[in-house]
Design a protein around this ligand. Structure first.
Ligand code: SAJ
Length: 438
């Protein structure tokens, strides 16, 4: 089948779609194409996940508005079914790949999942199929890894017997479906005709710009947009550290800096977590080391990764002033998720803080209203603590009853890593209050 034939099948929605990887990206994508009338087969290696999905039950934790109902209805409709078998993809015209693309300890991309998908897919993929990688990948991955691996495993030639492109996802936990529908996408095709066909596909589910491009541009945009955010957060964090050193107030400084035109100083804080921002900057620079030594991006990562340890330092110094030995201290950490009002703890700065404090012999008690293991009564958790550290700006912490908290603590130290607590209230309630950047 030619791309022209495929485009016609897309337009009358008779094209058959497969989604490989039914996680927080793949599952909503599969549901969306099924919702608009395509026949979709989802493939995932986790048996339990496949079984749940076929029963119309979403395996995704956290609150994803609309997803549970949508999944139930497309399963009911029969437009979506999940399987663990690649063989079930052999008749699919379009194959979307949404598997994890993490980086490991030395910040190198780990493409084990992507490689195994390409190895399994090649032999079963039909002629004329269009394969689209939606996972975030380092620039040059399409050209140097995906294309050769797929040609080798399928024995088919790209742009002749199968077609290839990448369209990086731009979803955010907590609003997966909303983002999928309303955020623009860069559509990278190995050829412009491939990109056009991809746009015809995505037009069915995306109500935003679909920017036709080539594969390397799509790889660069996705990783650069997240590196942009990481560098900006690092800048805010460095200004906060400078303010602490010279006796400034970064919150006042930030407010006034942002009054000057085209400034957008981000929020300083206790660190940068999540599944995108800490990872994508490393993907952006992964394949350039031999030609150019990036400095700003790795340094920004180091600044952001140092913030949880800086919070620990502030706490240790405060307790030392009143002769409390850190290895005798009992400290409550408020917030374990990486992001406010979320239960997602991936790469959480709190994880770094807690293990560092525990390595110093501190007794750490964790509270987080969204994370199952750490829910419970804040005041019970705070009882007899020498200090409380706020690491996440969960809404609940904004209305904390400070007088009540003061009464249960052994020592009234309050270290605020996100500028959540009102300083005047904290001081009026008797706290020794410290906020990052001041
Ligand atoms: N953070 C700061 N200061 C800031 C902003 C964030 O310290 O000014 C911290 C947060 O506390 C968190 C981490 O950075 O620990 C990441 O926060 P985030 O707001 O960037 O949220 P994410 O990780 O969900 O990022 C997603 C990304 N979306 C996609 O990859 C599709 C990112 O591209 C978006 O820019 C971001 O959401 C967003 O705009 O909310």
């Amino acid at each position: 089948m030619t791309l022209q034939d495929l485009k016609i099948k897309i337009e009358d929605r008779s094209a058959k779609i497969a989604v490989i990887g039914l996680g927080y990206v793949g599952l909503p994508v599969a549901c969306e194409f099924a919702r608009v009338g395509f026949q979709v087969i989802g493939v995932d290696i986790v048996e339990d996940r496949v079984e749940k999905i076929n029963r119309g039950i979403s395996p995704i934790e956290g609150n994803e508005p609309g997803l549970d109902d949508l999944l139930g209805s497309v399963i009911q409709l029969g437009n979506l079914q999940a399987s663990t078998e690649y063989q079930d993809l052999s008749d699919q015209d379009i194959i979307l790949i949404d598997v994890e693309t993490p980086v490991d300890e030395d910040h190198q991309p780990r493409y084990a999942a992507l490689r195994s998908v390409l190895r399994e897919l090649g032999p079963v993929m039909k002629s004329g199929a269009l394969v689209i990688v939606e996972s975030t990948i380092a620039p040059l991955t399409m050209q140097d890894l995906v294309l050769p691996l797929l040609e080798e495993s399928s024995g088919k030639a790209v742009n002749q017997v199968f077609f290839l492109g990448n369209c990086p996802e731009r979803v955010m936990p907590g609003k997966l479906l909303k983002n999928l529908r309303t955020v623009s996408r860069v559509v990278g095709g190995m050829t412009t005709q491939t990109a056009d066909t991809m746009i015809a596909l995505y037009k069915n589910v995306v109500d935003a710009d679909l920017d036709s491009s080539d594969c390397i541009t799509a790889e660069l945009v996705k990783t650069a947009e997240n590196a942009y955010r990481d560098v900006n957060i690092a800048f805010a964090n460095e200004v906060a550290l400078i303010c602490e050193a010279v006796g400034g107030d970064v919150w006042k400084v930030r407010e006034l800096v942002n009054k000057s035109p085209s400034r957008d100083m981000h929020l300083p804080g206790a660190g940068v977590g999540g599944h995108c921002i800490p990872k994508d900057p490393w993907l952006l620079i992964a394949n350039v080391q031999k030609d150019y030594q990036p400095q700003l991006i790795p340094t920004a990562r180091a600044v952001n990764d140092s913030m949880p340890l800086h919070i620990a330092e502030l706490t240790i110094k405060a307790l030392k002033k009143v002769n409390i030995n850190i290895n005798k201290a009992r400290i409550a950490v408020l917030g374990y998720a990486y992001l406010e009002n979320s239960d997602d703890t991936r790469n959480s700065p709190s994880e770094v803080l807690v293990s560092h404090l525990q390595s110093l012999g501190v007794k750490v008690i964790i509270h987080d209203p969204y994370v199952e293991d750490f829910q419970g009564d804040i005041f019970e958790k705070g009882r007899d603590c020498h200090a409380v550290i706020v690491m996440v700006k969960h809404d609940e912490y904004k209305e904390l009853d400070l007088r009540k908290l003061y009464r249960v603590l052994k020592k009234p130290f309050l270290i605020d890593g996100r500028n959540v607590i009102n300083e005047d209230d904290a001081i009026a309630s008797g706290f020794n209050y410290l906020v990052i950047g001041k």
